[in-house]
Design a protein around this ligand. Structure first.
Ligand SMILES: [Zn+2]
Length: 136
């Protein structure tokens, strides 16, 4: 947590002012993974879409924040179940791009390990090319 200092007060007015300044800075994200960048809001949206077909997903508590990297590895199986079809992957990629843009990211290298979902047969590479085409 950042504490308010005389420097911050002088140059940004407040912690909120410093935050707004940092968000407004143009940024480059050179190594972001799709499945590691899904926001809690997008996860909840996908749970809503899928909970009828996969009721066990509704029982999962989407964490708002993670304390460390090991917390993330525990939700990977859940994320794979949320991103097992073309529509969901398209939704996730669009949301991730929009959320990075809202944080001031102007250049984004978004990556994933190409894989095939055994249950649905969806191939991530195909979804990426579909999303890129639709994004213009
Ligand atoms: Zn990596």
């Amino acid at each position: 947590m950042i504490e308010l200092t005389p420097f911050i007060t002088k140059h940004y007015g407040s912690l909120a002012g410093l935050h707004a300044f940092c968000v407004a800075l143009p940024k480059a994200e050179l190594h972001a993974h799709v499945n590691g960048s899904i926001s809690p809001e997008t996860m909840r949206e996908l749970v809503e879409r899928k909970k009828e077909a996969k009721p066990h997903l509704a029982k999962f508590q989407v964490p708002e924040k993670l304390k460390d990297i090991t917390d993330f590895f525990q939700i990977f199986k859940f994320i794979y179940q949320l991103t097992d079809d073309e529509n969901s992957i398209r939704t996730v990629v669009r949301a991730v791009i929009d959320e990075f843009a809202a944080d001031g990211v102007r250049y984004l290298e978004l990556r994933s390990t190409p894989r095939r979902c055994e249950e649905t047969g969806t191939r991530l590479v195909r979804c990426f090319s579909t999303t890129s085409t639709n994004a213009g």
